[in-house]
Design a protein around this ligand. Structure first.
Ligand SMILES: Cc1cc2nc3c(=O)[nH]c(=O)nc-3n(C[C@H](O)[C@H](O)[C@H](O)COP(=O)(O)OP(=O)(O)OC[C@H]3O[C@@H](n4cnc5c(N)ncnc54)[C@H](O)[C@@H]3O)c2cc1C
Length: 302
C-alpha cells in the first residue's frame, strides 16, 4: 500500500469514534472488476451522524476520503488505496419513499430498486435506466444514462455532505449534469429527491421490461468482472469507435477488451489493476492514432 498514514500501526485515527472502521479492507470484493488492493481504512457508517464524524475526522487529519457505491465504475489500484473508503450500504442510506409524484431516495439505494419501485407506483421518468448497475449516489455523480435518458434529468434536489461533515441541499439549478459527469463530484451524495410523471403502471412495466432486455443484451454476460471503459463521444458510441479502430481483440496480461461489446474491459481473476489501466491507455492510443478521436475514460481509477 502506498503512502500509509503512520497512525495505522499504533491504532486507527478513528478509534474514539462510534463507528466500526476496518483497516486494510480488500477492495476487490467491493468492485465489479474484482481487482485491486486494500483500502487503508474502510467504514460502513450506520447513520448520517456517524458518517459526519468520520468525514470531519478525515478533514482534520488530512486523510483522503472516497465513497464506494456499487463499485461498477471503479478500478482500485493493486498497490492499495491510501484513503478512508466509505460505503453507504447501511439501511439509513438506502430508503425509498414515494409521496404522489415526489420520490425521496438514499444514495446507497440500488438504481434498479429505485426504477422498479417508481414504475410499480405508476411514475415515469426513470424506466429507461433499469439495466444500469450501481447505486443512486454513483449514478448521480457520473450522471448514469441509457437509451437517451439520464438520471440528472429528473432530479429536483440532492442532499450532500461537505468535507467538514456538514450537510446541505442543492437544487437542480445549482447542479451541472453532463455526459458521464456531474458537479456532485467532490462531495458525498446522501440522498436525492426526484419529481416524476404519473403514468399507467402496466404500460410502464412493459416499457421497463423491454429496456431491461435491450440493456442486458448490450452487456457482457457470464462474468461480473467487467467495467465500461469510455464515455460515448457526442454523436457516436465509444463501442463503435473501438471496433472501427480494430481494438476488439486487444489484451494486456489478464485484462482484455470484451469482443462482443467492445466498450467493456474484462479482468481475469488475480489480474493486477495495472493490466486494466494499460489496456485502457492502449485502446485510447489506437483510437486516437487511427481515428483522430480522444476517448474520455468513464471508469474512475483509484
Ligand atoms: C455491465 C455494466 C453496464 C453499465 N451500463 C451503463 C449504462 O448503461 N449507462 C451508464 O451511464 N453507465 C453504465 N455503467 C457504468 C456504471 O454502472 C455507472 O457509472 C453507475 O452509475 C456507477 O454506480 P456505482 O454505484 O457502481 O458507482 P461506483 O462505481 O461505486 O462509483 C463511481 C464513482 O462515483 C463515486 N460515488 C459513488 N457513490 C457516491 C456517493 N454517494 N457520493 C459521492 N460519490 C459517490 C465514487 O467515489 C466513484 O468516483 C455500466 C457498468 C457496467 C459494469
Amino acid at each position: 500500500m502506498t503512502e500509509q498514514h503512520s497512525s495505522a500501526a499504533s491504532g486507527s485515527p478513528f478509534d474514539d469514534l462510534a463507528a466500526t472502521v476496518q483497516v486494510a479492507e480488500p477492495l476487490a470484493s467491493h468492485t465489479w472488476l474484482g481487482v485491486g488492493g486494500a483500502a487503508e481504512y474502510f467504514c460502513e457508517p450506520i447513520s448520517v451522524e456517524s458518517l459526519a464524524a468520520i468525514v470531519s475526522r478525515c478533514h482534520e487529519q488530512s486523510i483522503k476520503l472516497r465513497v464506494v457505491g456499487g463499485g461498477s465504475n471503479i478500478l482500485a489500484s493493486s498497490d492499495g488505496v491510501a484513503a478512508m473508503v466509505v460505503s453507504l450500504a447501511a439501511p439509513a442510506f438506502c430508503g425509498i419513499t414515494i409521496e404522489g409524484q415526489t420520490v425521496r431516495v438514499g444514495a446507497g439505494a440500488k438504481l434498479v430498486h429505485l426504477v422498479s419501485e417508481t414504475v410499480q407506483a405508476g411514475l415515469s421518468g426513470l424506466e429507461d435506466l433499469v439495466g444500469i448497475p450501481g447505486t443512486v449516489g454513483g449514478g448521480l455523480v457520473g450522471n448514469a444514462a441509457a437509451h437517451g435518458s439520464n438520471l440528472g434529468q429528473r432530479v429536483h434536489s440532492v442532499t450532500v455532505m461537505l468535507p467538514d461533515g456538514s450537510t446541505e441541499e442543492r437544487v437542480r439549478e445549482d447542479i451541472a449534469f453532463a455526459s458521464g459527469w456531474s458537479s456532485l463530484d467532490g462531495v458525498i451524495v446522501l440522498a436525492a429527491r426526484f419529481e416524476l410523471d404519473s403514468d399507467d403502471p402496466g404500460r410502464l412495466t412493459k416499457r421497463m421490461q423491454k429496456q431491461w432486455i435491450v440493456e442486458r443484451s448490450e452487456q457482457p454476460s457470464g462474468t461480473r468482472a467487467v467495467a465500461m471503459m469510455f464515455k460515448d463521444p457526442v454523436g457516436t458510441t465509444a463501442e463503435s469507435l473501438i471496433s472501427q479502430a480494430g481494438c476488439r481483440d486487444l489484451c494486456v496480461g489478464g485484462a482484455s477488451v470484451y469482443a462482443t461489446h467492445a466498450n467493456y474491459v474484462v479482468a481475469e481473476a488475480g489480474c493486477p489493476s495495472s493490466d486494466v489501466k494499460e489496456l485502457l491507455e492502449k485502446v485510447r492510443g489506437v483510437v486516437r492514432e487511427r481515428l483522430g478521436v480522444e476517448l474520455s475514460p468513464r471508469i474512475r481509477v483509484w
